[in-house]
Design a protein around this ligand. Structure first.
Ligand code: ZN
Length: 383
């Protein structure tokens, strides 16, 4: 170990050791940049051998922390027992006193070759835990964060969310996608039931690619990412979830697969066209239904009066791409509209007292009312 016999290195080592009892980990860490491929402990021991010094019983910097790491590894192992996971990351929160003691040492001995205590601690504890639990260490998006909290003297776990991608259909009217005042059931709840039974999570969220009106069915498949918070089980059979949801006859899901937080952002930002089917009742028989075709193009919409109480009053322009109609009976027509994302389709029918222009009511010169509304297609792939 020639590099440790370098006078400059020995001078630093002596300066460190002059501060009192210092263990080999804490000594070696001050010289971490000398000779790679060794643990700090090995470095410290090598220098001690050169200087003919014995390992002290105590350490004024870490107070025996490195000797006791096994205890924390065992604690982590115990706490992880009921949790199913594949990957983990170890971190630590140092106490103020420990940080201060390390900084004092740096002031006396310099920081030329040192490594911060925290990084040695995370690495050494990580090695011990990895050996015990035989799982994979992963720096990016691990299933579990294991935190050694030295302020509190204990191991804390953060179980990261489990994300499941899928597409849903809402087969009945009158249920909102997510929690909404006075509605006892939501699409999210229906999907959550079997998912939570299997994953034993503490909470959930549904991140949808847009949402349909509460009163509308959604017969097109709408992409979503379902987030399970603090799941204790992760390896669940997704086909079983699809079946359980379909049994409700209210919601169906398909194409379920495990996903990530990144996909939440992607799903929330897609802006697909939608095709709606509307049952519209006119006040008097429209003379020339063909006039509807003139609506293909830009529609100017101010924020609908029905949502004005919770949204800013802003104008928007959205395109109607296709419109078709079919007489059903009496004054009721079935109208199919394909529109750009964000088109207020109910207002396209009624005109919302002139806040949407042009509108179906305006084109046909008679008041119009929406009896039923369904999303029949979500054009995800731009088709
Ligand atoms: Zn120490």
């Amino acid at each position: 170990m020639k590099e440790f016999e370098n006078p400059r290195v020995l001078r630093i080592a002596k300066r460190v050791l002059k501060q009192g009892h210092i263990c080999s980990n804490c000594l070696g860490r001050q010289l971490a940049q000398i000779s790679t491929g060794l643990t700090n402990r090995k470095r410290g021991q090598t220098i001690r051998r050169i200087l003919c010094l014995k390992e002290p019983k105590t350490c004024r910097i870490c107070k025996g922390l490195f000797k006791n790491l096994n205890r924390y590894a065992r604690e982590a192992d115990d706490k992880l027992k009921p949790v199913q996971f594949r990957t983990f990351l170890v971190g630590s929160k140092l106490s103020k006193e420990l940080i201060r003691r390390e900084e004092d040492l740096w002031e006396q001995a310099g920081i030329e070759f040192c490594e911060p205590l925290k990084s040695e601690l995370n690495r050494e504890l990580g090695k011990l835990i990895e050996k015990r639990i035989r799982k994979e260490f992963q720096a990016q998006n691990p299933d579990i964060n294991i935190l050694l909290n030295l302020e509190k003297g204990r191991i804390e776990l953060r179980i990261n969310s489990l994300f499941i991608y899928g597409e849903y259909q809402k087969l009945v009217r009158g249920i909102p996608q997510t929690k909404w005042e006075h509605y006892p059931e939501t699409v999210e709840d229906i999907i959550a039931k079997p998912v939570m039974e299997k994953t034993l999570g503490s909470g959930h969220s549904l991140h949808g690619a847009g949402r349909e009106d509460i009163s509308a069915r959604c017969l097109g498949w709408r992409p979503f990412v379902f987030e399970v918070k603090e799941p204790r089980k992760r390896r669940i059979i997704l086909k079983g979830i699809e079946k359980a949801v379909s049994k409700t006859r209210k919601v169906r899901v398909r194409n379920l697969r495990f996903s990530s937080k990144k996909e939440v952002i992607r799903v929330k930002s897609i802006r697909p066209d939608k095709t709606y089917r509307l049952l519209v009742k006119f006040k008097k028989a429209p003379k020339n239904m063909k006039n509807l075709e003139k609506l293909v193009g830009i529609i100017n919409q101010k924020t609908p009066s029905r949502v004005l109480h919770r949204r800013a009053d802003l104008p928007r322009k959205r395109r109607v791409k296709e419109i078709k109609f079919k007489k059903t009976k009496g004054l009721v027509y079935e109208i199919t509209v394909r529109g750009e994302a964000g088109l207020y389709v109910k207002e396209l029918v009624t005109g919302d007292q002139g806040r949407t222009k042009p509108s179906i009511s305006q084109m046909l010169k008679t008041p119009a009312e929406v009896l039923e509304l369904d999303v029949i297609r979500i054009h995800i792939k731009g088709d």
